[in-house]
Design a binder for this molecule. Structure first.
Ligand code: GTP
Ligand code: MG
Length: 136
């Protein structure tokens, strides 16, 4: 089966949505939460994680936002979980995200879109090493 790296972003934590979002993931059949931790991300971790966006106009504000408070980092294992958490999250822009999705239900601002989830097996392997070195 697959593993993915999920981050509940600082807006989700500040707004008291940890339980709501973790609950949606936890209730999916055949998925298991293998790690879960509240932590404030260092500049170094964030550069490794979002390095692909360096130079884009939204990069600096994104980095500042992601460091603005603690996130919840999770490792989720299970059946098609990479595609599956992306589907639960909805598209990057919360206004374009359908009601019923996490971003569609709770978001309005592109930057403050509540959740990150790895977008491919390659990204998942790379991100799991950044956030949980030694675990996998
Ligand atoms: P992540 O799971 O956070 O990686 O989101 P994503 O895969 O849906 O989007 P992407 O990797 O393309 O962008 C990373 C993050 O940068 C997004 O989640 C947004 O928070 C932010 N972002 C992306 N595109 C834009 C944009 O056009 N404007 C702004 N303000 N933020 C953006
Ligand atoms: Mg992404």
């Amino acid at each position: 089966s697959q593993r993915t790296l999920v981050l509940l972003k600082p807006d989700a934590v500040r707004r008291g949505l940890i339980g709501e979002i973790v609950g949606r993931i936890e209730r999916k059949a055949e998925w298991t939460i293998q790690a879960l931790e509240l932590r404030t991300l260092s500049q170094d971790t964030l550069e490794q994680h979002y390095g692909e966006h360096q130079g884009k106009p939204f990069y600096e504000p994104l980095m500042e936002f992601m460091a603005s408070g603690p996130v919840v980092a999770l490792v989720v294992d299970g059946e098609r979980v990479i595609e599956g958490v992306r589907a639960l999250a909805g598209p990057t822009d919360p206004i374009a995200a359908a009601p019923g999705s996490i971003r569609g239900d709770f978001g309005t601002i592109v930057r403050e879109n509540l959740i990150h989830a790895s977008d491919s097996e390659e990204s998942a392997a790379r991100e799991l090493k950044i956030f949980f070195p030694g675990l996998f």
